[in-house]
Design a protein around this ligand. Structure first.
Ligand SMILES: CC(=O)[C@@H](O)[C@H](O)COP(=O)(O)O
Ligand SMILES: NCC(=O)COP(=O)(O)O
Length: 237
């Protein structure tokens, strides 16, 4: 069974649109866990357009399942992670102006940088994961950084699957098989949804965790948050 980590960025986006505290981010974090989610993910961005750095701190006493913080390891982000000590940090190579994450790391080119940052997080007892495209050389490079896990960037799979093309799963299966051989744990995320999650889970050997936000919150508008969390849990069994 793969764990479901709910990404609550979109709750912060909605809250920030009015400048107040509705919806309340901490209540949503508490509720998704009460409904059965096994983790909470946030992805603070440098402009704090959704999750604020203070949210990351305020969530520490609220998240009693797995707390996953994603982001580009610039100094401010590294300091935040070392201060809040989440269960897991996921390193994502976002440009400051990216609308959303749009690529995995080049783990070959950035191997030394990643290895240094990862060693620092691991010294502090924080599990590490690197966001990567399903490309074998990038998986090999990830293993050389000493990271505990990878997070497969699933946008391409989700796009293909939405067009009815199931063969888009193939590079992900090959990447997962290699990661398993190299003792890298496997997470996945980006554009996963109620429509595609079951097929993805059934085809990826050793999938440990998925982080899902955009679709999950959108689906909840129609179906309700508790119901949607449970629908994901059923599909991830
Ligand atoms: C790393 C990733 O895949 C992203 O989906 C991210 O965590 C979501 O970020 P935004 O909510 O800023 O699009
Ligand atoms: N790591 C991916 C994530 O947290 C959520 O991505 P999305 O479901 O908002 O695309």
């Amino acid at each position: 069974m793969a764990k479901l980590s709910v990404n609550i960025n979109k709750i912060a986006t909605l809250r920030n649109s009015r400048g107040g505290d509705v919806p309340n981010l901490l209540k949503v974090a508490a509720d998704v866990q009460k409904f059965g989610a096994e983790g909470v993910t946030i992805h603070p961005r440098p402009d704090e357009r959704h999750i604020r750095y203070q949210d990351a701190r305020d969530l520490v006493p609220v998240v009693y399942t797995e707390y996953n913080i994603e982001g580009n390891p610039v100094k401010k982000f590294i300091d935040l992670v070392l201060e809040t000590k989440p269960t897991q940090v996921t390193l994502v190579p976002d440009a400051d102006d990216a609308i959303t994450s749009n690529a995995g790391w080049d783990t070959v080119k950035h191997k030394d940088f990643l290895a240094d940052v990862i060693a620092e997080f691991k010294r502090n007892g924080i599990r590490t994961s690197i966001f990567v495209d399903p490309v074998l050389s990038m998986i090999e490079g990830a293993a050389l950084t000493g990271s505990d896990r990878i997070e497969l960037y699933t946008e391409a799979f989700a796009h293909d699957y939405g067009l009815g093309n199931e063969s888009g799963i193939k590079p992900y299966v090959a990447a997962a098989e290699l990661a398993n051989k190299l003792n890298l744990g496997i997470n996945a995320g980006h554009d996963l949804s109620l429509d595609n999650i079951k097929f993805f889970k059934e085809n990826i050997p050793g999938l440990l965790e998925v982080s899902i936000g955009h679709a999950l919150i959108s689906e909840s508008l129609y179906l309700g948050l508790e119901n949607v969390v449970n629908m994901y849990l059923q599909r991830l069994k």
